[in-house]
Design a protein around this ligand. Structure first.
Ligand code: AMP
Ligand code: ZN
Length: 493
């Protein structure tokens, strides 16, 4: 049962190049697959941005009452650098450099990935399958593709025959490429390759003797091609035809194009209704990427230890910064941008605490019902978080006007305003109050109240040394106590 059946979502579908109304395959249910990280190094903030875009989409769909099965994989099978045909695999390379086992590399960076996403208050996906846990499914898929005549075996490796596929299907339909152009733009094979054509891609590679991550298969001891795992795992958990597939823009070609080809070749039907691509986080005018050294790690944002930033920032401030851009827009990472977001975020949090103390009147001079629908309209329009945030600041204006007596609000509207602000700020955007989660901040307030009571008792006993100590030490960590005629209150810096 949808909680909000009247809300109809439009999604920009990379496949059609248009915004389309979301019509789930099974009413009330959504299957969503997002390509996960390759766990060979720490995730950088660019990776986080893409996953955050889909975290917000997941949150909004859930808020509307959809039963969402969100699958995000972990790429832990070693693939060759740049998906090349020869060379070293990225996980094995790291294992060699760090003198540990490949699976220790995988474990280390999977844990790092989870820690970072937790710090940013991500919801865990419904299923997080690993590539190495689905080798059997990948082998079965290759068998299907070979049986259907769309792949060929050479020297223990299996390649997808792009030219054969394109005779009956449309290779390039997602990335808007034509096979003729691809042929024109690629160099001829150098005679060393097993492939029939340079556009063909590996489904299975025979492992060289030094290659550590290897599995037995009908063709050789080897390892799966990179594109295969996502087709195998999305099919296993979401079926041969599911609703949404997402990932970063840079995965559209060849990765997602090859996923479509593999599914169509194996199962005879196109796998996905809505292809969604998140745009890149850039820094110094270039894509943030590990390989070029042009990146910033989330941990550096939290400590401020990076030359690109002037200070540390809360995870929620970084989250707010990223959600102030639409997921399909390029976002430029700058310290000025973060500083501005910090101001905006604090203004929003301040408005929330004012909201808690607002008094209702008999009538409303502000149209809260219409404002609430505008919040939904923003998210319904291809998950437009910046427009939603602009609407939240409209509410901040109302809150100040009501506080200053320049506007009035009925108790019914006041409750609606509180509820809607909480839904969009915490449930949908996934922001957290400055002092942690909303629940965390309640606990913090409770703990400070306990200290205020102890201080009152100390003063009553004329133990001014203790009462000053409590006040000064709290001040040192940014908690100010204020003694007024109605007792002591506190504020957080
Ligand atoms: P990878 O581990 O390299 O496969 O990347 C994991 C995810 O992060 C993929 O969906 C990429 O598209 C995405 N990604 C990589 N670099 C960036 C960037 N600079 N901005 C946004 N997303 C990125
Ligand atoms: Zn993938």
């Amino acid at each position: 049962m949808l909680l909000y059946p009247s809300q109809s979502i439009k999604i920009y579908n990379s496949l059609s190049g248009q915004k389309e109304t979301l019509k789930p395959i099974n009413a009330g249910h959504i299957g969503m697959y997002v390509c996960g990280p390759t766990v060979y190094s720490n995730v950088h903030l660019g990776n986080v941005r893409t996953f955050m875009s889909f975290d917000v989409i997941f949150r909004y769909l859930k808020h509307l009452g959809y039963k969402v099965r969100y699958v995000r994989n972990i790429t832990d099978a070693g693939h060759l650098e740049n998906d090349a045909d020869t060379g070293e695999d990225r996980i094995a390379k790291k294992a060699r450099i760090e003198e540990i086992e490949p699976m220790e590399v995988v474990q280390r960076y999977t844990v790092d990935f989870h820690n970072i996403l937790n710090a940013f208050n991500f919801l865990p996906p419904s299923i997080e399958p690993t590539a190495t846990g689905h080798i059997i499914e990948q082998i079965e898929l290759i068998k299907n593709i070979v049986d259907n005549g769309f792949a060929y075996v050479v020297n223990g490796s299996v390649y997808f025959d792009v030219h054969k596929f394109n005779e009956t299907n449309d290779y390039g339909k997602l990335s808007k490429r034509k096979l003729e152009d691809l042929i024109h733009n690629t160099r001829e094979l150098d005679g060393q390759s097993d492939k029939k054509n340079p556009q063909d891609f590996a489904l299975w590679k025979r492992a060289e003797p030094q290659h550590i991550m290897r599995w037995p298969s009908p063709w050789s001891d080897g390892f799966p091609g990179w594109h295969l795992e996502c087709t195998a795992m999305s099919t296993k958990y979401l079926g041969e035809h599911f609703d949404i597939h997402g990932g970063g823009m840079d995965l559209k070609f060849p990765h997602h194009e090859c996923e479509i080809a593999q599914s169509e070749a194996a199962k005879g039907q196109t796998p996905v209704n809505y292809w969604m691509h998140a745009n890149m986080l850039i820094m110094n005018g270039k894509k943030m990427a590990k390989s070029t050294g042009n990146y910033i790690l989330p941990g550096e944002i939290f400590t401020g230890e990076n030359p690109h930033i002037s200070k540390s920032y809360l995870p929620s401030v970084a989250r707010f910064f990223m959600l102030q851009a639409h997921y399909r827009s390029i976002l430029d990472f700058t310290d000025d941008g973060l500083l501005a977001s910090e101001k905006g975020f604090n203004r929003l949090m301040d408005a929330l605490s004012i909201l808690n103390d607002l008094k209702a009147s008999n009538t409303s001079s502000v149209a809260i019902g219409a404002w609430k629908q505008k919040c939904y309209d923003a998210m319904n329009d291809d998950f437009n978080s910046p427009i939603l945030i602009a609407q939240l600041f409209e509410a901040v204006k109302y809150i100040h006007q009501i506080k200053e007596g320049k506007a009035s609000i009925s108790s019914e509207d006041l409750n609606l305003l509180k509820e809607t602000m909480n839904i969009f700020i915490f449930d949908v955007l996934g922001l957290e109050n400055s002092s942690g989660t909303a629940a965390g901040s309640d606990k913090l307030a409770g703990a400070i109240d306990v200290l205020i009571k102890i201080r009152q008792e100390a003063r009553a006993n004329k133990d001014f040394a203790l009462s000053d100590k409590i006040r000064d030490e709290l001040a040192e960590i940014g908690i100010q106590l204020k003694d007024g005629k109605d007792g002591t209150t506190f504020s957080l810096n």
